[in-house]
Design a protein around this ligand. Structure first.
Ligand code: SAM
Length: 342
């Protein structure tokens, strides 16, 4: 490295081009290139282009970029998946992130294109990104079967990947029943009953979601301990449980709505019962955790919510009689907070 090259602002240059790399990953995923390469020997660009139905020159550049980014391997025989592409980028792998990548391309990308307006106005940009007046965040997702399926697949991919970490952040063996409010496909619920075989989990979510959960159900032991109930957690009675779980739910809402939800949980919660939150928790000074701070921008462009710090969650929970608030920073996609009703 020459002296002048060493002086280049590499961090800034990397950030400046970061969107190009994201989009290359999104397009390769959307074209199912990683699926085409799965379990196959190296393939030439011309054969991949032929199978996918794309131009040879464009495909070759995309494949080269993906190889340089470490997503593919390139040899003289052609291109093949890396182990990590086989595990996370093919659409049918157990820990596939394909659903979240497609959601990022189709939904988050147009929203982030309007980040400037979101910052100027301090509000969500669904109307600009999708050209229609925003209703309720989730009604927007669920108005079409296709968008709903895409959103649920996105939630499922992250929830399944993080479920073990969330479920084992604390010893939950004293709880006999749990209710996962906004539990979506039941990915966390199924992991919980594997780890705590004496636990029964009710997944509570909007009727549109509950009607669509069968596609995501695993087979195997203890699955009968997971049941699904539909309802609106702001309006309807909540199922009885020893432990209420809110995973990536509070960050969707402003404080006023959170107070409505927590007061409902508090009203049904007996002393000794608890709440488990799974969120990206910000440090109190809001300066160190860039992934969580970028997630807060992600909330700005599409919701009325935000990411919060540990002390902000503690203050919200304590106002509703939940004390002994413990926080486990997991250092990846979700941190976990446990508290008890006194
Ligand atoms: N807990 C899941 C996870 O961590 O992957 C899903 C999180 S997703 C961001 C929020 C969930 O809350 C969605 O499944 C959504 O349908 C559900 N939800 C939103 N509003 C709701 C309401 N009023 N009543 C019940 N569920 C609701």
């Amino acid at each position: 490295v020459s002296e002048s090259a060493a002086k280049l602002p590499s961090k800034i240059l990397e950030l400046m081009d970061g969107f190009r790399a994201s989009k290359a990953l999104f397009v390769a995923s959307k074209l199912k290139i990683f699926d085409h390469l799965k379990d196959k020997g190296p393939l030439k660009a011309v054969d991949i282009a032929d199978e996918v139905g794309t131009s040879v020159c464009g495909t070759e550049r995309l494949l080269d970029a993906c190889a340089a980014l470490g997503l593919l391997e390139k040899t003289t025989q052609g291109y093949s998946n890396t182990d990590s592409a086989n595990t996370y980028l093919t659409s049918d792998g157990e820990y596939s992130l394909h659903g979240y990548i497609i959601h990022s391309n189709d939904h988050l990308w147009p929203l982030f294109t309007n980040l400037e307006s979101a910052v100027k106005e301090g509000s969500r940009q669904n109307h600009r990104a999708f050209g229609k007046k925003a209703e309720d965040l989730f009604k927007d997702y669920y108005h079409s079967q296709e968008v709903k399926q895409r959103f649920m697949a996105a939630m499922h991919s992250i929830a399944h990947l993080t479920a073990r970490d969330v479920a084992t952040a604390f010893d939950l063996s004293q709880f006999r029943s749990a209710c996962d409010l906004g539990g979506c496909t039941g990915a966390l619920a199924h992991e919980l009953v594997q780890i705590y075989p004496n636990l029964k989990v009710t997944v509570f979510d909007l009727p549109e979601v509950i009607a669509n959960t069968s596609y995501f159900q695993p087979s195997g032991q203890h699955t009968a301990q997971v049941t699904f109930v539909s309802g609106d957690f702001f309006k309807d009675n909540l199922p009885e449980a020893d432990l209420y779980i809110l995973s990536r739910v509070l960050h969707d809402w402003p404080d006023e709505k959170i107070h409505v939800l927590l007061s409902k949980v508090s009203a049904v919660c007996k002393p000794g019962c608890g709440i488990l939150l799974a969120e990206m928790v910000l440090d109190d000074e809001k300066k160190n955790r860039s992934t969580a701070l970028l997630q807060s921008l992600n909330m700005l462009v599409q919701t009325e919510g935000k990411e919060r710090s540990g002390s902000e969650y503690q203050a919200l929970l304590e106002q509703h009689g939940f004390t002994n608030v413990k926080i486990r920073l997991r250092g990846n996609l979700l941190d976990v907070v446990l508290c008890v009703k006194t």
